[in-house]
Design a binder for this molecule. Structure first.
Ligand code: PGA
Length: 223
């Protein structure tokens, strides 16, 4: 079953989560990634819960960090690892992300490793080199979200042929289907989710509008 992964980033409030819980259609396809303080409040029988980040360390003296065991306590099923915003703004590296993946797996949470090239790398034909480097820390039972950086929050979705090219490349080399992210909305989700090597979509901006997600659920009920 193809899933919708909803990354709310640093957005939302108790009020908007209540509205989301009340209005989202019943399905077993939605995973909500709220900001960490709202993890427990967000629980609902209508969808699963994911976290946007986790500490690279076991519990201890790491002020401000949230450990994998705490996420597990809050019924978290998935956790993003290495979203491009974290790699760029918080200087996360393969070494640090690999620790996060191991801790998540130890606690029975599925890591979603985010990979993707920037515009310069695409123009200079360095896409596969970049993705292979980011995939060095891939291991079993890790999901992969391909999110071209030039497409995140820009309204420019990768072309279907571009998404196919990357999903073929990852499948051929790592035997796994990918989640696609980057300006996904009700205008393009159906076409993307119909691709055979796509297992879901990671939605940022559009996921804050519950009607938009309900529209995607309706449009893609057969995907
Ligand atoms: P976007 O964000 O849908 O707003 O492009 C996607 C993401 O950052 O995961």
């Amino acid at each position: 079953m193809k899933k919708l992964f909803l990354n709310w980033k640093q957005n939302g409030s108790l009020q908007s989560i209540t509205e989301f819980k009340n209005n989202i259609h019943n399905s077993n396809k939605v995973v909500l990634f709220p900001p960490l303080p709202y993890l427990t409040f967000s629980q609902s029988s209508k969808f699963e819960i994911g976290a946007q980040n986790v500490s690279a360390f076991n519990n201890g003296a790491f002020t401000g960090e949230v450990g994998a065991s705490m996420l597990k306590n809050c019924n978290t099923k998935y956790c993003l690892v290495g979203h491009s915003e974290r790699r760029e703004l918080f200087k996360e590296t393969n070494e640090n992300l690999s620790l996060k993946i191991k801790l998540l797996k130890q606690h029975g949470i599925t890591p979603i490793l985010c990979i993707g090239e920037n515009l310069y790398e695409r123009r200079e034909n360095k896409v596969f080199k970049k993705l292979n480097h980011q995939m060095e820390i891939f291991e079993n039972n890790v999901l992969i979200a391909y999110e071209p950086i030039w497409s995140i929050g820009t309204g420019i979705t990768a072309k279907i042929e571009e998404i196919e090219e990357i999903s073929n490349f990852i499948y051929k080399n790592y035997s796994i289907k990918i989640i696609y992210g980057g300006s996904v909305s009700s205008n393009n989700a159906k076409n993307i989710l119909q691709l055979p090597l796509i297992s879901g979509v990671l939605i940022g901006g559009a996921s804050l509008k519950v009607n938009e997600i309900n529209k995607i659920l309706d449009d893609t009920s057969r995907c």
